[in-house]
Design a protein. Structure first.
Length: 282
């Protein structure tokens, strides 16, 4: 319950316990960053409906968006919120899959439009990727960048010893999460982004091996997108050659999924992905 932290709204602990029985408290956890984590809300008045913000924890996504105690939330991404039950259902449905939402609320009789986000703004600014930020923590003796890099690489290392499709896929997904956490702390480190793209390639091949072509194509796309972004950063020549080789691999593997009559000849001189020339393998 974060009892050691100062909370806004002037709610005493006994009253907070009472409110908990009637209000929604969406708690953040180590791995998830819910859109509405840190909010305590109650039913709005009968005239306007909506839900009233009773209390808000410092540092939560809603507070960063500018929401304050006393605000009346009446709409989430175009969906009218009239009751506490509607807010509970909406927030639960979106908690694990959405990383941003537009809210309309009433503050002191005036309408306000706010946007709540839970993705890492640091990574979005550098890479235009919307991914959850790392959980707040302090790791003694190691930088957080190094800590998450080691955890990500450890998960990838576990896949080298094999395992079931589900196990290997889960390791890749966890590795990507840790590597994005590392990238948050060192957003210009292109090598981390390349490793994330490599992992998406591995996931694409896993899906393909198990006959899940749409998910394979989705991960090929994510890999290609990151490789291309990496190619536009300031990288050494060897790194650039590696990136372009990977892009060529993505193209060849995607082309192989097409019916033979639609594949067409691939030039022996070069292939092109987007606007990037890619040297063909000898």
């Amino acid at each position: 319950m974060h009892k050691s932290k100062t909370r806004r709204g002037g709610v005493t602990p006994p009253l907070l316990l009472l409110l908990t029985a009637y209000c929604l408290i969406v708690s953040s956890d180590v791995y998830a960053s819910g859109l509405f984590s840190g909010l305590v809300v109650s039913q709005g008045d009968s005239a306007s409906g909506g839900v009233k913000v009773v209390e808000i924890y410092p540092g939560c996504p809603a507070e960063r968006a500018g929401i304050i105690a006393g605000d009346l939330i009446i709409e989430i991404d175009g969906q009218k919120i009239k009751t506490l039950d509607e807010f509970v259902k909406t927030s639960k449905a979106r908690r694990d899959k959405d990383i941003e939402a537009s809210l309309i609320l009433i503050r002191k009789g005036k309408l306000q439009n706010l946007r709540v986000i839970t993705y890492s703004e640091i990574i979005f600014k550098e890479w235009r990727e919307k991914v959850p930020p790392p959980p707040q923590s302090s790791i003694g003796g190691l930088s957080l960048f190094q800590y998450y890099m080691e955890k990500g690489k450890a998960k990838l290392g576990e896949n080298k010893v094999g395992g079931s499709f589900e196990t290997r896929l889960a390791r890749d997904e966890e590795a990507i999460r840790y590597l994005f956490y590392a990238l948050h702390y060192n957003p210009t480190e292109v090598g981390v982004a390349i490793l994330i793209a490599d992992t998406h390639m591995d996931m694409a091949r896993l899906y393909l091996e198990n006959g899940r072509t749409p998910l394979a194509v989705e991960n090929y796309g994510k890999a290609a997108n990151l490789y291309e972004k990496c190619s536009r950063k300031h990288v050494a020549e060897k790194e650039l050659e590696l990136i372009l080789t990977h892009l060529q691999e993505v193209e060849k593997e995607l082309i192989s999924l097409l019916p033979p009559e639609e594949q067409g000849p691939v030039s022996a001189e070069k292939t092109t992905i987007g606007s990037l020339p890619v040297k063909a393998s000898p």
